[in-house]
Write a protein that binds this ligand. Structure first.
Ligand code: GDP
Ligand code: CA
Length: 304
């Protein structure tokens, strides 16, 4: 059994690659819910949905989120009505949020709903929201305090961030399933997701940091930064603004004490010695998963 601490796209790609190499039912994804939001009265879980859609082969590669072949009639009409149309939700995607919201109001947990949606899409990787309690990642910026999607979508992460808060994290409880998935897995993988806004919100929930620290030898992390840049999103910019080195080394230091083996991109091979000198193992391989051959090679290294 392998457990993968997961954000959105980077994690979804790694889980897909791992699923091609081992039986997907041997994989558990512990998924960030700090980006979750309620909009139009609907509960939306972007990272869970990105992973579900990607593993189901339904992801929209052009947009990088949502479903492929999507239509936008509801959003277009909402814009005509003067409603909140800045956070785009496709017509089919809306069905996911309607389904989840109804089930939550019936009394189901996010964990139960994630499993139901995965099952309906034929996804056999186990998807566990890191907690069923509400947590919300927020940003202090030069444009004021912003919710996650105000920062990410409305401002296109194009504002200066001075700090990140994860509201509710210290009070949030790990579900028993998540605790077991982290404690009992043969290996825990930290996906190449944004360290500051996808992985850190999970590390801030009591228990996660401690379990990883105890199991550090079994923890493998894939760097989301290659040659000082993120493949997508604001990871590089946020590292700089929050005072970290903008390179794989900055991420290594950010996860200090939690990781036994680092997998870094061959373009960063020159950093391997500096990382080893921090007392961890380093594997160098191709980590850009847009190429399926690379993705498979990376998956094999993660599992080796
Ligand atoms: P989000 O929730 O969709 O923003 O996604 P994540 O936090 O999972 O992913 C954003 C991070 O994933 C960025 O820092 C990217 O550099 C990284 N990423 C995305 N695809 C890949 C990939 O194929 N390889 C590696 N190494 N990193 C990736
Ligand atoms: Ca995300």
């Amino acid at each position: 059994m392998i457990t993968v601490l997961s954000g959105g796209v980077g994690a979804a790609r790694l889980l897909r690659a791992l699923s091609d190499v081992i039986d997907p039912s041997q994989l558990t994804a512990v998924v960030n819910v700090g980006d979750d939001l309620v909009l139009h009265g609907l509960t939306i879980c972007p990272d869970l949905d990105t992973i579900t859609y990607t593993l189901a082969g339904l992801n929209n590669d052009e947009l990088g989120w949502g479903l492929r072949g999507e239509t936008w009639r509801v959003m277009d009409e909402l814009a005509v009505l003067g409603g909140e149309a800045w956070f785009r939700l496709g017509d089919r995607d809306l069905a996911t949020h309607l389904y989840r919201s109804q089930r939550l109001s019936d009394g189901a947990t996010k964990t139960e709903v994630a499993a139901e949606l995965a099952r309906r899409h034929g996804v056999t990787v186990r998807l566990l929201p890191v907690t069923d309690d509400p947590i919300a990642t927020e940003f202090l910026t030069d444009a004021g305090r912003l919710t996650f999607q105000e920062y990410f979508v409305r401002h296109h992460h194009n504002v200066v961030v001075s700090s990140i808060d994860v509201v509710g994290a210290e009070r949030a409880r790990l579900s028993d399933d998540v605790r077991r998935a982290l404690q009992d897995a043969g290996r825990v993988v930290i996906a190449p997701s944004n360290p500051l806004i996808s992985i850190d919100p999970m590390l801030r929930i009591p228990g996660v940091h401690e379990i990883l620290r105890e199991r550090r030898d079994d923890v493998v992390a894939v760097s989301p930064i290659i040659q000082g840049a993120a493949l997508k999103g604001p990871a590089d910019r946020l590292l700089r603004e929050l005072g970290h080195e903008v390179s794989t080394l900055g991420v290594v230091d950010f996860y200090e004490g939690l990781v036994g083996t680092w997998i870094i991109d061959e373009a960063d091979a020159a950093l391997a010695e500096a990382i080893r000198s921090r007392g961890v193992r380093v594997e160098v391989t191709t980590t850009v998963m847009a190429d399926p051959v690379n993705a498979e090679r990376l998956a094999k290294v993660v599992l080796s």
